[in-house]
Design a protein around this ligand. Structure first.
Ligand SMILES: [Zn+2]
Length: 193
């Protein structure tokens, strides 16, 4: 996206006023054009979302995406899926196996849109300091309850831990407090906001 000299000047004025930083013309062009590209992507994403919502009027249960759409990550198991391998409804992108598990009420659809309702496999180590072997032990001893998601052939491919089924565990193993990490964009390859 090419910006006019006038737009570049306006961008420089805004950055100076808001951030107190004086950008050179080259820096302003670089950052300004990156910013515009970023918003173009956001616009594109929201247009795709709108188009899909419109399609729901005719297919209220949801639908497979078209060939060529994707790859995306399943909102539940994070597997990379695309085209006909995706089921889309208002709960977003799901692989077909996770969608089947939702349809069969193995897991509630609400978890797709609310990370606070469940704990993911990788969070045990990073958020609760629990090694995978300890997690398996906690499951065996009954403190931790998981809902196993199965493929068509019966093999377990992912486990979802619902918060409301693991209150006792959460009381015993409170979530570690996360350090606040601040990323500062420096250098001409990053957009400074
Ligand atoms: Zn999935």
């Amino acid at each position: 996206m090419f910006l006019s000299d006038k737009a570049i000047q306006e961008f420089k004025d805004i950055v100076k006023k808001e951030k107190g930083v004086e950008l050179s013309d080259a820096e302003a062009r670089d950052q300004g054009e990156r910013l515009v590209s970023f918003f173009e992507i956001l616009m594109e994403v929201s247009q795709v979302e709108l188009r899909r919502k419109k399609r729901l009027e005719k297919e209220p249960e949801g639908f497979h995406l078209n060939e060529g759409e994707g790859p995306y990550n399943c909102r539940v198991c994070y597997e990379s899926v695309s085209g006909k391998g995706v089921w889309w409804d208002l709960n977003g992108i799901k692989c077909l196996d996770c969608q089947r598990n939702i349809n069969e009420s193995i897991i509630p659809a609400e978890i797709c849109d609310n990370d606070k309702l469940w704990i993911k496999d990788w969070q045990f180590q990073s958020d609760y300091d629990i090694h995978p072997s300890t997690r398996r032990k906690l499951i065996r001893t009954g403190l931790l309850h998981g809902r196993d998601l199965k493929r068509d052939n019966g093999s377990i491919y992912y486990t979802v831990y619902l918060v409301n089924e693991n209150l006792e565990f959460l009381k015993k193993y409170p979530k570690k407090r996360k350090e606040n990490v601040e990323f500062i964009a420096v250098g001409k390859n990053k957009v400074q906001l």
